[in-house]
Write a protein that binds this ligand. Structure first.
Ligand SMILES: [Zn+2]
Length: 233
């Protein structure tokens, strides 16, 4: 009897962490230090994942002002700033809202291209619903993008590695506040077995998808300059 080839196929899952307006757009309340380059790469990774039909788990942070005070005045529940950057949203996505239950329908990643889950702690595995989905999802490899490299991404990757999962991190699609801390975090997860790659070795070089990644003034000026240069080539 010949076994169907399907069972041998590689199954990769893309996990994007906190790619939300307050954290990744230039006019967000607590924007990462390197948003411009990162957003262009996030957008290209998204386009690639769609083409490859790679399913996606999206983690989002939600905060409430009473707990975090003025210092934590970003990604507040119910605000525009807490929303996902729009091009990280797939059309067939499942979003059950922010509640603590673990009752996800079985086979959810077969029925949807993207599952969105919310977290209140830095370590995603402290949220039972996220822990369950990440632990139960059959995948040969998790591909990780988003931020913060030195925060939730680090915790996510360490948690996956402890669970003996293969992890590949796209380093130029990661946002950070503190570059030195982000470098330390990447060295740490690499030493524990995560693969680090740049987007171009996964996606090739492409000038596509670099427009309209962010509405802030710096990005708009840069995009105008690029399009002028392209039109004079
Ligand atoms: Zn910007």
């Amino acid at each position: 009897m010949i076994r169907p080839m399907l069972t041998l196929r590689r199954r990769r899952i893309l996990v994007d962490v906190d790619v939300q307006r307050d954290l990744f757009l230039g006019d967000g309340k607590h924007c990462v230090r390197n948003h411009r380059r990162v957003l262009a790469n996030v957008r290209r990774v998204m386009a690639w994942a769609r083409r490859q039909r790679i399913h996606q788990i999206s983690l989002m942070t939600v905060r409430d002002s009473s707990r975090h005070g003025h210092n934590g005045d970003f990604c507040l529940a119910g605000t525009k700033g807490a929303e996902k950057v729009h091009y990280t949203l797939r059309s067939r996505h499942a979003d059950f809202g922010d509640n603590a239950g673990t009752d996800l329908p079985r086979q959810i990643l077969q029925d949807y291209d993207q599952v969105i889950l919310y977290r209140h702690t830095e370590d995603p595995f402290e949220q039972p619903r996220i822990d369950r989905l990440l632990s139960e999802t059959r995948a040969t490899e998790f591909i990780v993008i988003g931020g913060l490299a030195e925060g939730a991404v680090r915790s996510l990757v360490l948690g996956l590695l402890v669970r003996k999962r293969m992890v590949m991190i796209i380093t130029d699609a990661l946002g950070f506040y503190d570059k030195a801390a982000a470098d330390v975090a990447l060295r740490q997860v690499h030493a524990k077995g995560a693969k680090l790659i740049e987007s171009k070795s996964l996606l090739g070089t492409s000038h596509l998808q670099t427009v309209c990644t962010c509405p802030c003034e710096r990005c708009r000026a840069k995009e105008q300059k690029n399009s002028l240069e392209e039109s004079t080539l």
